[in-house]
Design a protein around this ligand. Structure first.
Ligand code: COA
Ligand code: AMP
Length: 641
């Protein structure tokens, strides 16, 4: 256990609340459900009749946008800031009160309806971190349309795959995004994606940003500003609690991402519960998640969670470093009086690299700052200690996944505070029955590493299924251990019940807090005409946590220089997946180490590249292949010093 001078742990009732949930799970969620406004209260809390397809609050009728905006305006929060857009890359700070945000959202909801979208229709949102993206999300929720936000760092092919799968009526996009030192034109990426997609949207609504205007395609594209100027507000459309609110595609084990579905009722209940109980934040306070709207964190804790709870949320269009300096986060916290802040450990490592002694921290008044949450990857103890020492507030690592949409394991600060164990995300939250199973399905004793699973049903807010893919939902998550959801994370529970989540058991890697599939990258490499075989592994990186490294075997007879081919592969991954993949290195090898059944030993390759000890797998086909790989990687500078 660990305490930092100046940071006091308070008596936690997290265990008691967990015990209450264990005793009466449906009663627990019924009580949480009462914190939401329902057009019609649910008939039952949980429908288990089609397990593993559980449904929360069936019979309930609700509108998520109403709960996030209208309700607050009707109950005296109309003049409170709801959204503060802080954009160091454009030099803008703009505040929307709840009333102003509601007006914008209602008008854009009217635009969506006018352009042919309605209840159950999909709307893809491919936008940078601008208020219009939040407005578009909430406007979809208002009319019962299902939004699917695609992260701006993905390129055309990734966007096309999502368009083809989601079959949107409309796409909402912008002319450009702004990175630290370049303008990223979005429109050409969008146009190409639509060209590649097997399904075409009826219309595209384009926000023209002054930094770079985009040419419009007559008949298909409409200008955001012009449509809004002529729009009339649309009212909330009540939907079933079990109707989808959004689809969020996330990396799976192949090139085709998984469409995680979020319902309306359970989602609103879980997120609203999480704000005071997990994050310890009261209505009216300022909450900031420095993530991107394209990720689950952005959906849950830039948009829905804070607004449902009546908090002011910050939308930050900038980076932790370089916009303009490593004090950027502390400037925002100070300027907007942020109480609770949430980001990924990678961002703190980047800040620590540029400001190791915390000089920039001390330039800002952080007196309002109360708690700092980290997620997206395991927080290494060094980063945690640095943040605690520099910031003087509790630093809380917490574990969750796109699929769950809200934390699974966390120190629930709103319920007091458990002692912090650096490297652990603390304990399971009420609603999650987390177990660690061995290969044979038996529960493992404390301290033993195995597959982390969650006993069904998952709590409200977690994915009820995958979009148009019930079978994939069962195959990916429910089939390995019947009765349990497979998290695909490995780790253990210690004797105090703390969870230690140590890494993925599949081929997903975590690059700078971004979830990426090595399988998807391998598909891109394998499509190159000179490549016979390939493997992509995530190698350790001081700032980004992991970065992908490609190993390729060339086809017999290929004479072209290896460097030229490697460069083409790097460009191909950037073009197909996007810059966010951070795929910068491909190395030609003579052959890949494999098991006798032909499985590439990616785990062993990763250990060699990281300079970690490894065991020669007993099933290896030819142990000499490992020596060859070790030598080739050494020549290329791995393990890195
Ligand atoms: N649109 C277009 N391009 C984007 C983009 C977007 N929305 N987001 C990232 N990119 C590009 C970057 O410009 C960069 O391009 P480059 O290869 O030309 O330099 C590339 O994608 C990789 O970006 P990123 O992973 O952000 O690396 P970085 O070196 O620019 O910054 C960090 C490193 C650590 C500062 C940054 O990754 C970060 O802030 N991460 C936190 C992530 C996070 O919040 N995750 C959510 C979980 S809570
Ligand atoms: P994403 O779906 O992008 O949120 O990524 C989810 C994955 O990130 C999890 O399955 C974990 O592998 C990892 N992850 C997220 N937060 C943590 C954490 N606090 N500790 C350990 N791993 C984490």
């Amino acid at each position: 256990m660990h305490t930092t001078p100046g940071i006091h742990t308070t008596q936690s009732i997290q265990d008691d609340v967990y015990a209450q949930w264990v005793k009466d799970p449906e009663g627990f969620w019924a009580e949480a459900g009462d914190a939401i406004h329902w057009n019609k209260r649910w008939d039952r809390v949980l429908d288990s009749s089609r397990a593993p397809f559980y449904r929360w609050f069936p019979g309930g009728v609700v509108n998520t946008c109403y709960n996030a905006l209208d309700w607050h305006v009707e109950h005296g929060r109309g003049d409170q800031p709801a959204l503060v857009y802080d954009s160091p890359v454009t030099g803008t700070v703009k505040t929307f009160t709840f009333r102003e945000l509601l007006n914008e959202v209602a008008r854009f909801a009217g635009v969506l309806v006018g352009q042919g979208a309605g209840k159950g229709h999909r709307v893809i949102i491919y936008m940078p971190m601008v208020p219009e993206a939040v407005i578009a999300m909430l406007a979809c929720a208002r009319i019962g349309a299902i939004h699917s936000v695609v992260f701006g760092g993905f390129a055309s092919h990734e966007l096309a795959a999502r368009i083809s799968h989601a079959e949107p009526t409309l796409i909402v996009s912008a002319s450009c995004g702004i990175e630290v030192n370049r303008v990223v034109p979005y429109k050409p990426l969008l146009d190409k994606a639509i060209e590649l997609a097997t399904v075409k949207p009826r219309r595209c609504i384009i926000l023209q940003r002054p930094e770079e205007r985009a040419p419009m395609i007559a008949g298909r594209d409409r200008d955001w500003g012009e449509l809004m100027a002529a729009a009339r507000g649309a009212e909330c459309v009540p939907v079933a609690a079990t109707d989808p609110l959004y689809i969020l595609y996330t990396s799976g084990t192949t090139g085709m991402p998984k469409g995680v579905v979020r319902d309306n009722g359970g989602h609103a209940v879980a997120l609203k519960w999480s704000m005071p109980h997990i994050y310890g934040v009261e209505p009216g306070e300022v909450f900031w998640a420095a993530s991107d709207l394209g990720w689950a964190v952005g959906h849950s804790y830039i948009v829905y969670g804070p607004l449902l709870n009546g908090n002011t949320t910050i939308l930050y269009e900038g980076k932790p470093v370089g916009t303009p300096d490593p004090g950027a986060f502390w400037r925002v916290i100070s300027q907007h009086r942020v109480r609770v802040f949430f980001t990924a450990p990678t961002a703190i490592r980047a800040i620590k690299r540029d400001d190791p002694t915390g000089e920039h921290v001390r330039r800002h008044d952080l007196s309002a700052f109360r708690t700092f949450f980290l997620a997206g990857e395991r927080c290494d103890p060094d980063t945690l200690h640095w943040a605690e020492q520099q910031l003087g507030v509790p630093v809380i690592d917490h574990w969750w996944q796109t699929e769950t949409g809200w934390p699974i394991g966390v120190n629930c600060v709103g319920l007091g505070m458990l002692p912090v164990k650096p490297g652990s995300c603390a304990k399971a939250v009420a609603g999650y029955d987390v177990r660690v199973l061995g290969e044979d399905g038996h529960e493992l004793p404390a301290g033993e590493t195995g597959n982390i699973v969650i006993r069904l049903p998952l709590p409200p807010g977690c994915l009820p299924t995958l979009w148009n893919n019930d079978e994939g939902y069962v195959r990916s998550y429910m089939s390995r251990y019947p009765g349990y959801y497979l998290t695909a994370d490995a780790g253990y529970k210690d004797e105090d019940g703390y969870l230690w989540v140590m890494g993925r058991t599949d081929d997903i890697i975590n690059v700078a807090g971004h979830r990426l599939s090595t399988g998807a990258m391998e598909e891109v490499l394998a499509s190159h005409p000179d490549v016979a075989e390939c493997a992509v592994v995530g190698v350790a990186d001081e700032i980004k946590g992991e970065i992908p490294l490609g190993l390729i075997v060339l086809k017999v007879g290929v004479q072209r220089p290896a460097d030229a081919i490697a460069d083409e592969l790097v460009a191909r991954v950037r073009e197909r997946i996007g810059p966010v993949a951070a795929f910068r290195k491909a190395i030609v090898v003579q052959r890949l180490p494999k098991t006798r059944s032909g499985k590439i030993l990616r785990g062993t390759i990763k250990k060699i590249a990281d300079g970690k000890e490894y065991r020669v797998p007993p099933t290896i086909d030819d142990p000499v292949s490992l020596d060859e790989i070790t030598a080739t990687l050494a020549t290329a500078g791995y393990p890195r010093r």
